[in-house]
Design a protein around this ligand. Sequence first.
Ligand code: 5GP
Length: 211
Amino acid sequence: MNKARLFVVSAPSGCGKGTILGEVFKNSDVFYSVSCTTRDPREGEVDGVHYHFIDDAQFEKTAAENGFLEYAGFVKHYYGTPAEPVIRNLSEGRDVVLEIETNGAFQVKKAMPEAVLIFILPPSVDELKRRLNKRGTESEAVIAERVKAAADEIAKAYDYDYAIMNDGLEDAVRDFETVMRAAKNDLSDADMFRTSNKTIKNMINEVLKNA
Ligand code: 5GP
C-alpha cells in the first residue's frame, strides 16, 4: 500500500474550492481536517462541520499548548489546523486534506516536506470579485479586503507544487483528482500542472493581471 499523503489546498475565498473538494470527496476516503477559527460563522455554517468556532482565549490556549499543526492570521481573524486528528489519520494510512491559506501551507511544507501543496486559481481576479459580491455574505469593505488578500495569496501560487484553475467545475474536479492520484502514486500524469511548468507560471501571471 502507498504511504498516506498530506494534501494542502489553498485558494482565495470565492474561488469555488469548497465545491470542488465536495465533489472530490464523494469518490474518496480522505480525511478532511476541520480547522479552528475565531471568526463568526456565516449563515449555514455548522460548528464542528465547517469549522470549530472558538474565541480568542481558546485559540491562544491551544496555540500555546502546541495543539495546532499550523496557524495564521487572515483578515483580522485566526485560523488553525488541530494537529492530533491529522497526525492520527496519516499514521492510520488515510490521506488527509487541509484547506488553508498560504502562510499556513508554507509552515506545513517546512515541517513536513513530503506534503503536497495544491493551489486552485480563479479564472481572474475580476471574476473573483464578481463571485464574492454574488455570495452576498460580506460587506463591501470586507469584500475589498478579501480581494486584496486574494491577490496576495495568488502571488504565492508560484511556490506551490501544483496549480489548477477553476474555470468550470467538471474540469477542475478532474484536474484536481489527476493531481492527487499522480502525487500519491509518484506518477508523471499531472506534470502539466506543476508550477515549475512554464504554462502554469504564465497562467498565474495572467490571473494576476489587473489585480
Ligand atoms: P474563510 O473565512 O473564507 O472560511 O477562510 C479564510 C481563509 O482562511 C481561507 O483562505 C481558508 O483556506 C483559510 N483557512 C481555513 N482554515 C485554516 C487553517 O486552519 N489554517 C490556515 N492557515 N488557514 C485556514
